[in-house]
Ligand binder design. Structure first.
Ligand code: 13P
Length: 255
């Protein structure tokens, strides 16, 4: 079955020195979980030192970037290439986060190119989709999210799709303290899985991990993770403190 993926997206928080300190305490807190994957996505400046620490200590924590540029290299001032991320120790990369869609005008077509670049470079893309509050209130949540999914995944084979991760992050739940109810989140995740099944069949759809993101906290992670189509969490604010992120990583699904 799908191994849960518990991911921290630090966004533009923590210097490299702060990240190093955090990492030591996190490893101590989470131990060596065998039935779940732990992932940290710090800012670019912290990737290399954390990658070295992970390699040295064999820590059961994976490293991901928050973005990449869809080219192997060249004259793209201020951008970062897939080879740079791999060299720093990344195995994952977040693409199409709503903050990048909103503040940097990233389109589904551009995100699609980033996914291709990530897959071509053995980086597992975590593709973010999600609707705004207006869209939800207009009853368009599923239509918006499936349209984003269709456009982002256009042109990929079943084998490509089986190797990626999707994160459902409703915009109205990000950084607001307002979480989707487990039932609402489950219903959106099921719609995303149905889209994957329509595009590539049930086996591929069942292989893909779909994470929930948007005000995930120690207090709500257990019920969210008890939903059949929620395969992990993409955590912003609550991943910045060792105790809250460690508690999220140690979620107990049931019921
Ligand atoms: P919060 O957990 O702070 O709501 O952020 C969610 C998010 O955007 C993760 O990518």
């Amino acid at each position: 079955m799908r191994t849960p993926l518990m991911a921290g997206n630090w966004k533009m928080n923590k210097t490299a020195s702060e990240a190093i300190q955090f990492f030591d305490s996190l490893v101590e807190e989470v131990g060596n979980p065998v039935d779940r994957e732990v992932l940290i996505c710090p800012p670019f400046t912290a990737l290399y030192p954390l990658g070295r620490m992970i390699r040295k200590s064999n820590a059961p924590v994976r490293l991901g970037a928050q973005n990449l540029y869809p080219a192997e290299g060249g004259a793209y001032t201020g951008e970062i290439s897939p080879a740079m991320l791999r060299d720093a120790g990344c195995t994952y990369v977040i693409v199409g986060h709503s903050e990048r869609r909103q503040y940097f005008r990233e389109s589904n077509a551009f995100i699609n190119r980033k996914i291709r670049t990530a897959l071509d470079n053995q980086l597992c893309p975590i593709i973010c989709v999600g609707e705004s509050l207006d869209q939800r209130e207009a009853g368009q949540a599923k239509a918006v999210v499936t349209a984003q999914g269709r456009a982002c995944l256009d042109g990929f084979s079943g084998q490509d799709v089986a190797n990626l991760v999707i994160a459902y992050e409703p915009l109205w739940a990000i950084g607001t303290g307002r979480t989707a109810t487990p039932a609402d989140a489950q219903s959106m995740h099921a719609a995303i899985r149905a889209l994957l099944a329509e595009l590539h069949g049930r086996d591929v759809a069942n292989a893909v991990r779909i994470l929930y993101g948007g005000s995930v906290k120690p207090a709500n992670v257990d019920t969210l993770m008890s939903q059949p189509d929620i395969d992990g969490a993409l955590v912003g604010g609550a991943s910045l403190k060792v105790d809250s992120f460690a508690r999220i990583v140690k979620f107990q699904a049931g019921g």
